[in-house]
Write a protein of this length. Structure first.
Length: 983
DNA sequence: TTGAAAGGTATTTTT
DNA sequence: TACCTTTCAA
């Protein structure tokens, strides 16, 4: 290994011209090395470091090597170690971030921080802000119903401001200058918005300082501020580190650029940077060519070395990649700085780059697996082959296809730990322990592989619990003495006993033991760990690793928590999850001989003999562009790229370039037309560009609706015994909620309406139902001719209030006040043109064949023969268009209309949603057409329910919102939600 | 030709 | 839920 690496390094040096070698090894003063893919970027840098030290030009501690990623730092240190094994111990090799951290810790007291200040992770930032929400100067970014909805976006803005090295004071100044000169209302509004954002930024920094904490990325910012304000500190650092070397300079952001400028200084700049703009794949404004140009502008006399001799790939691959990247002109260094960066292969010509197109994604996955198998037959090792994907989710079908063919493979994703079965069991155990009423978790735990309570019996216990409105745990405890449940079998009883014994034993320990200890005992006592470790296959190994990883999280909590006990940990975990925290599953053994499936980002810096870039279609690669939820003002951000027209597309193209240049011998690009979505996909423009194909014909046909439906249907689950289909003549009751839930996901319907797994109350439900009840009371009084004043309404609201599910006492108080204020306003506004209801909470029921649809109208108003049905809603809808959209799409209103048609013989003249907080309304005039469509919709769903068809329908949005996402084994990854949604 | 409505889709990753 | 693209209607 060592000699191989050294030999490779020799090759790199041999590839250099005399002048280049001289510059790299012996050069003094600023040096810019532009090193294309596979030309030995790290080699040049490590050689230079080793040379500086071994030639005694620099003492080891005078050399400072900065990288962008941890991975790069480790690799660099290893290679220097091979060159001068013991000579570099004092050399600082690490990331920019770690370096900023070190400076800050050394001088922490100078900037008013204790040296042991805490660094908050991203999820911790959200938790931190949530707890202090009420002290933040937020108005328009803290909407009524959901106080934390914008925190993620706000933090994103702050972190971008930090990357751009914009201080809160600078932002504030800018905003108030804007405010002073804004003339028209639109400009004024924009300026006010930014003033608020700037105030938030400042307040947040203040809060962090008070708490003795900084957030990720802040170390560099604060270190910079320190260096600017204390010239003595800066001088000391410059004295210490006379040589600064930077790897991967193209991915460096503005604050890091500034750090180099300060450290190297204009007077004595002994700085070397190595980079290649075409491989910049992390989107920070002005990175890529912009940073390299900024460096050139800063050090006009810098020596420049361009490395183009490629040791990795065949010329065919390099040419295709070069052709692709030329589409980024003129925003490339090559074009902007007049450099020739065309890569020359030092190898034979090689196989042509291929593009293979398939009809469907499954054909593509299968085809690729077939091609991989072919290569293995030709004598390639599995580890020689890589499948590169653009998004983690794209890997799924390929993993399955490799699995089917029995080809060893490993996938390196970047999240998903909490979704793993073995981790879920642990979480449910802790939840059940922390909250005995949490029947969802208990249910899952009982059904899990640890206790295996038979599902049919478990359902029975659960139904009984629901009927008696008691927690499942209580029913389990009362099982031996319960005559109604005498029919529950012996096996189930025995397993329930084991479960209860396990829980009781653990519960007794809760006050005395730390979370980790308790969890460990559970694993041992239940035999779960033993069973996992006994199995010798790779899958079990992975599971054990994941369990270990979860233990790390538990341990990490124990290290910072004041009281490391289960209830506190569960609360902490819930917050983390809500904040979008989802660590990666455990890494597979890197030495394992397996086909690598990974994202292109993860592949940066790696190489493989055979590379497949899969799913090369528009919208996937390049991915659709997503704009920032909150934009930094453009004139605060220094543009280092001369206003590139489409920065997003350029970055995607660089990413594709990185993917292509990973290949040593063979590169295959694949695509398909049909990815199971309603629309057919177009071939990626990158394939067209790289291979010089004719522009693809426009999408030829639309896929048949039925075909699309069939694709959505997942493989049928083996149905558990109990669920016999309903006989046709049996009556099925359906409510609007049930229909809606079934449409969202049949499995959710099963959880909510058949299993009736009880849910913990969410604050939005408390709020909504209290408002609703109050309004109902008001109209009922009006119907009866009673007076009902504003105060009565407020009183009704408060008496309907349940104190449950709120984030904090302050949050609850704020919601109470908000609700009351909204109701009072509603009362006043309504008094201007009072509704005269003819029905309040009026129940209805009608049949669609043997299905009885039941429900109630909130409010019916009949006047002059016109019938209007109203439904009241809470939740932030703050413009007319949104309200109207909600109404147009409302299944609930459709059901109302159909109900009125069926029961009164005619359609209502108007159906409407009223949004109480904003006073906005959206409505529509029902049509017979629509009613017929609603009826057939109901008929279809009823038929499926009768067949007991409860296959999950995981989807991006539905799963992110679903209350069962913790326990549902089919969860698709949802968007980061900062709030736990309601059922 | 224009505008509104319906319909489809959802990223990667650093510290 | 928010954005974008396509389709439909005027």
């Amino acid at each position: 290994m060592e000699t191989a690496v050294l030999a490779a390094e020799e090759r790199v040096l041999e590839g250099l011209s005399e002048r280049q070698r001289e510059a790299v090894l012996h050069g003094e003063g600023p040096l810019l090395v532009i090193a294309g893919a596979g030309t030995g970027k790290t080699t040049v840098l490590t050689r230079r470091i080793a040379h500086l030290i071994s030639s005694k030009r620099a003492r080891p501690e005078e050399v400072l090597a900065l990288t962008f990623t941890e991975k790069a730092a480790v690799e660099m240190a290893e290679r220097v170690d091979q060159l001068i094994p013991y000579g570099y111990a004092e050399t600082w090799i690490g990331t920019f971030h770690a370096f900023g951290d070190r400076i800050l810790r050394e001088w922490a007291l100078e900037v008013g921080l204790a040296p042991e200040f805490r660094v908050l992770t991203r999820p911790e930032q959200i938790i931190f802000l949530r707890e202090r929400l009420w002290r933040l100067p937020l108005k328009r970014f803290r909407p009524l119903g959901d106080p934390t909805r914008h925190l993620g976006a706000l933090l994103g803005l702050v972190s971008r401001a930090k990357d751009e090295d914009i201080a809160p004071s600078a932002y504030k100044e800018w905003a108030s200058a804007r405010l002073a000169t804004a003339l028209d209302p639109a400009a004024r509004d924009a300026a006010e918005r930014h003033a608020e954002l700037a105030a938030f930024y400042e307040a947040y920094q203040q809060l962090l300082a008070e708490a003795g904490a900084v957030d990720f990325g802040d170390q560099i910012c604060r270190a910079l501020a320190l260096l600017r304000e204390r010239p003595a500190v800066l001088a000391a650092l410059r004295e210490r580190h006379r040589y600064v070397l930077v790897d991967e300079f193209q991915d460096t952001n503005r604050a890091q650029l500034e750090m180099i400028r300060l450290l190297a200084g204009p007077d004595r700049p002994n700085v070397t940077v190595v980079g290649d703009d075409d491989q910049a794949i992390y989107r920070w404004r002005g990175a890529a060519a912009g940073n390299l140009l900024a460096f050139r502008a800063l050090y006009k006399d810098a020596r420049e070395v361009v490395l183009t001799a490629n040791h990795r790939s065949t010329q065919v691959i390099l040419d295709a990649a070069g052709q692709l990247i030329s589409y980024n002109n003129p925003y490339r260094l090559e074009a902007m700085a007049g450099i020739d960066k065309r890569l020359r292969s030092l190898r034979d010509a090689g196989l042509p780059v291929r593009h293979v197109h398939f009809d469907t994604i499954s054909a593509e996955a299968d085809g690729v697996a077939g091609l991989v198998a072919e290569r293995l037959g030709q004598g390639f090792r599995p580890r020689d082959v890589a499948l590169l994907v653009r998004s983690n989710d794209d890997a799924d079908p390929f993993l399955r296809a490799l699995n089917v063919r029995g080809i060893p493979h490993r996938f390196t994703g970047s999240r998903g730990l909490y979704a793993r079965e073995e981790v879920r069991v642990l979480v449910c155990f802790l939840r059940a322990l922390a909250n005995p009423d949490d029947s969802v978790s208990l249910f899952y735990l009982a059904a899990s592989e640890v206790y295996r309570v038979p599902e049919t019996e478990l359902l029975r216990l659960n139904r009984y619990a629901v009927r008696k409105s008691r927690p499942l745990l209580e029913v389990m405890r009362g099982l031996p003495a319960n005559e109604e449940l005498a029919g529950v079998g012996g096996e189930a009883r025995e397993r329930v006993d084991r479960l209860l014994a396990g829980l009781d034993a653990a519960a007794a320990e809760v006050p005395h033991r730390r979370t980790g200890e308790l969890l460990y005992r559970f694993l041992q006592a239940s035999g779960f760990l033993a069973r996992l470790s006994r199995a010798a296959d790779a899958e079990s190994e992975a599971r054990v690793k994941n369990v270990a990883k979860f233990f790390d999280a538990v341990k990490a909590y124990g290290e910072v928590a004041e009281h490391d006990r289960v209830p506190a940990f569960v609360a902490h975990l819930d917050l983390l999850r809500d904040a979008g925290d989802d660590p990666a599953v455990a890494e597979a053994d890197p030495d394992e001989d397996a086909v690598a499936v990974l994202t292109v980002h993860k592949a940066k810096g790696l190489e493989f003999p055979v590379v497949f870039i899969v799913s090369c279609v528009e919208q996937k690669f390049p991915v659709k562009r997503r704009s920032d939820p909150l934009e930094l003002p453009a004139d605060l951000v220094e543009d280092r790229l001369g206003g590139a027209v489409d920065a997003h597309l350029h970055e995607e193209r660089r990413l594709f370039y990185v993917g292509m240049t990973r290949a040593k011998d063979e590169l295959v690009l694949t695509s398909a037309a049909d990815y199971g979505t309603a629309r057919l996909r177009k071939l990626s423009r990158f394939v067209v560009e790289a291979l010089d194909l004719p522009s693809p014909a426009p999408t030829p046909r639309k896929s048949q609706a039925l075909e699309a439906l069939a694709r959505h249907q997942p493989a049928p689950e083996p149905a558990p015994g109990l669920e016999r289909p309903m006989r046709d003549e049996e009556l099925l009751h359906l409510s609007f909620r049930q229909i809606d839930d079934y449409e969202t996901c049949p499995l959710k319907y099963k959880y909510v309406h058949r299993l009736r797994v009880p849910l913990l109350v969410h604050h939005r439900v408390v709020y909504g139902s209290a408002v609703h009840k109050a309004v109902q009371e008001m109209f009922r009084a009006r119907l009866q001719g009673r007076a009902f004043g504003e105060d009565d309404l407020a009183a009704a609201f408060r008496s309907a209030w349940v104190s449950e599910g709120f984030l904090s006492r302050e949050h609850e108080e704020q919601r109470l006040q908000a609700g009351e204020a909204a109701l009072r306003r509603f009362h006043r506004e309504e008094a201007a043109s009072p509704l005269t209801p003819t029905g309040v909470e009026q129940e209805f029921a009608f049949n669609v064949e043997r299905t009885r649809v039941v429900g109630r109208y909130d409010l019916v108003v009949e006047r002059g023969g016109r019938v209007m049905i109203l439904d009241f809603k809470t939740g932030d809808v703050d413009d007319v268009a949104a309200a109207q959209k909600r109404a147009t799409e409302s299944l609930q209103l459709d059901v109302y209309a159909l109900a009125h048609l069926k029961t009164a013989g005619r359609l209502p003249d108007w159906v409407e949603l009223r949004f109480l907080e904003s006073g906005l309304a959206g409505g529509k005039r029902p049509t017979l057409d629509e009613a017929a469509r609603t009826e057939s919709r109901i008929r279809d769903i009823a038929a499926l329910i009768r067949r007991r068809e409860f296959s999950p329908r995981p989807s991006y949005m539905a799963c992110g919102q679903c209350a069962f996402r913790e326990v549902c084994p089919h969860t698709a990854r949802g968007p980061e939600t900062e709030e736990r949604p309601t059922a």
